[in-house]
Design a protein around this ligand. Structure first.
Ligand code: ZN
Length: 206
């Protein structure tokens, strides 16, 4: 069985040795590579920030993890990460990239963050992913990647809003967990929004 899906596995900066480390983030890479063989269309998203992106704590003289109001919406402040053309912004070392048909970059506007692979956090601008999937006739989407409690969650919620049958491959993702319960809460929120929560074995054994 081949499924269309998106991989969110993006950047070196989200690996445990990166600028915005996701604990165990590297552990999903072999699984994601294995899963890719089961899908007919694979796309990726990539955080691609200008140097002066306003999600960076240092821009405001503050500490990562603090929360501010940025142009009217709540913003968690992050370490400098995924700066355009840096090593940290490149798709993770070890990730099979030959089968990725298109990479959708996000977070390019310095004034607004973009967790979702579809829209920025203000839902003003879109990355082109939604129309691309329509063009390709995709109605079913499976999501893996980093980080579960931010980019993965908001991508899955937007996918539902776009009317896609959406599944989260839950062992193909890891959370940042600023609060220890963030991943659990994120999965619950996705499930309540109609996202199917599946395990990789459900796909690898069919
Ligand atoms: Zn970012």
């Amino acid at each position: 069985t081949l499924f269309p899906y998106t991989t969110l596995f993006r950047s070196n900066d989200f690996l445990p040795t990166g600028a915005l480390p996701v604990p165990e983030g590297d552990q999903i890479i072999p699984l994601v590579n294995q899963l890719q063989k089961k899908f007919e269309l694979i796309v990726a998203t990539q955080d691609w920030h200008p140097k002066n992106h306003e999600s960076f704590a240092v821009f405001h003289g503050r500490e990562p993890g603090e929360i501010i109001t940025l142009h009217g919406i709540e913003q968690v402040l992050w370490p400098v990460h995924c700066v355009q053309k840096s090593f940290g912004a490149q798709l993770a070392v070890g990730l099979e990239t030959n089968s990725i048909e298109r990479v959708f970059q996000k977070g390019i506007n310095p004034e607004v963050d973009s967790y979702s692979g579809f829209f920025d956090n203000e839902h003003q601008n879109d990355t082109g992913l939604a129309s691309y999937l329509v063009e390709k006739g995709v109605s079913e989407l499976f999501i893996v990647g980093l980080a579960l409690d931010y980019c993965v969650k908001f991508t899955a919620l937007d996918a539902r809003q776009c009317g896609l049958n959406t599944s989260l491959i839950v062992d193909g993702t890891r959370g940042v967990n600023i609060d220890a319960s963030d991943s659990v809460k994120a999965v619950k929120e996705m499930s309540e929004a109609g996202v199917n929560i599946v395990q990789s074995l459900d796909l690898l054994t069919v």
